[in-house]
Structure formats: structure tokens, C-alpha cells
Design a protein around this ligand. Structure first.
Ligand code: HEM
Length: 141
């Protein structure tokens, strides 16, 4: 990630009403993928808080290069435990971008690009962590 992209990721987050962004994200995600609703908690308030945690985790991961891979691999392992599969990452990334577009009218294409890159970077290492198998050799999937 370039310093400009990292700045954009944090600046868009600071400009957002996270509650409204969370609501928009869930609207986009669950209308496109209703089957994903059941792996999240029922409680809508907990759900919105979780969303904020997820965005902050992305913003924190991309600036902490030393801790990055360890943190995101572990995060990915925990997600496998929540029932999150590799196929779920792309729809979540798309719903996130759609939420920024609908909730931040002045969002710039470069801001959305920065988020796409940050999400992809984090998601890739999470998926790698989720597939980590102590009995397998190098990358079997
Ligand atoms: C870049 C991608 C993602 C990041 C950074 C992320 C981050 C987080 C964080 C920080 C938590 C709080 C719990 C913990 O630390 O283990 C969490 C929980 C959770 N995330 Fe994600 N997440 C991502 C992608 C996804 C995807 C693709 C799904 C699946 C649709 C998902 C579903 C969940 C669920 C179900 C929980 C637990 C809710 C609960 O039972 O309390 N996340 N995520």
C-alpha cells in the first residue's frame, strides 16, 4: 500500500458515520447474499459494532507491517471458526465498497481504490491463515 492509499483508508473512515455505514453495508450484503445473514450474530447492535471492529482491523493491519501477517492470519483462522469460507470474502468486499459509495457522497474513486486494495490485501492473508494446516507442506489450495 502506498502512503497515499493508507491515508485515504484512514481519512474515509474518519469521515464516516460508522453506524450508517454499517447499516448500508448489511443492507447491500444481505440483499445480495441472504444466506450470509445466519453466520453473523442475531443482535443488530452487536452486528454494527462488529463491522466497526472489522474496518478498524483493516486500517490497523495495513500500517503495522511487522505484525500484519501474524495478525491477519490469526484473524483468518478465527473467521474459519465463525463459519466464514473463502467464497464469502468477495461479496463482503463488494458490499463494503457499495456502502462507501452510498454513504459518502463526496468519496473519490481513489478512496474506493485504496479500500479495494486494503480489503484484498487483508482478505488474502486471512484466507491463507484460514487454510493453514500444520500437517500440509507448502500451499496445497
Ligand atoms: C478483510 C476482511 C475482514 C476483517 C478485517 C474482519 C475482521 C473481523 C474482526 C476484527 C472481528 C471481531 C472478532 C475477532 O477479532 O475475531 C470479526 C468478526 C466476525 N466477522 Fe469478520 N472480518 C473480515 C471479513 C469477514 C467476512 C468475509 C465475513 C463473512 C461473511 C466475516 C464475518 C464475521 C463474523 C461472522 C464475525 C463474528 C461475529 C460474532 O459471532 O460475534 N468477516 N471480523
Amino acid at each position: 500500500m502506498t502512503p497515499d492509499a493508507i491515508r485515504r483508508v484512514n481519512a474515509t473512515l474518519d469521515r464516516c458515520d460508522l453506524e450508517a455505514l454499517a447499516a448500508a453495508f448489511h443492507r447491500h450484503l444481505f440483499s445480495a447474499h441472504p444466506e450470509l445473514r445466519e453466520i453473523f450474530p442475531d443482535d443488530v447492535v452487536a452486528l454494527r459494532r462488529k463491522f466497526g471492529d472489522e474496518l478498524r482491523a483493516i486500517a490497523a493491519a495495513i500500517v503495522d507491517l511487522d505484525g500484519f501477517v501474524t495478525r491477519t492470519r490469526e484473524l483468518g483462522q478465527r473467521h474459519a471458526g465463525y463459519g466464514v469460507g473463502h467464497d464469502h470474502y468477495a461479496p463482503v468486499g463488494a458490499a463494503l465498497i457499495a456502502a462507501f459509495e452510498s454513504e459518502l457522497p463526496d468519496v473519490e474513486p481513489a478512496d474506493l481504490d485504496a479500500w479495494r486494495r486494503a480489503f484484498t490485501l487483508v482478505a488474502e492473508t486471512m484466507m491463507e491463515g484460514a487454510s493453514a494446516n500444520p500437517f500440509s507442506g507448502v500451499g496445497s489450495s
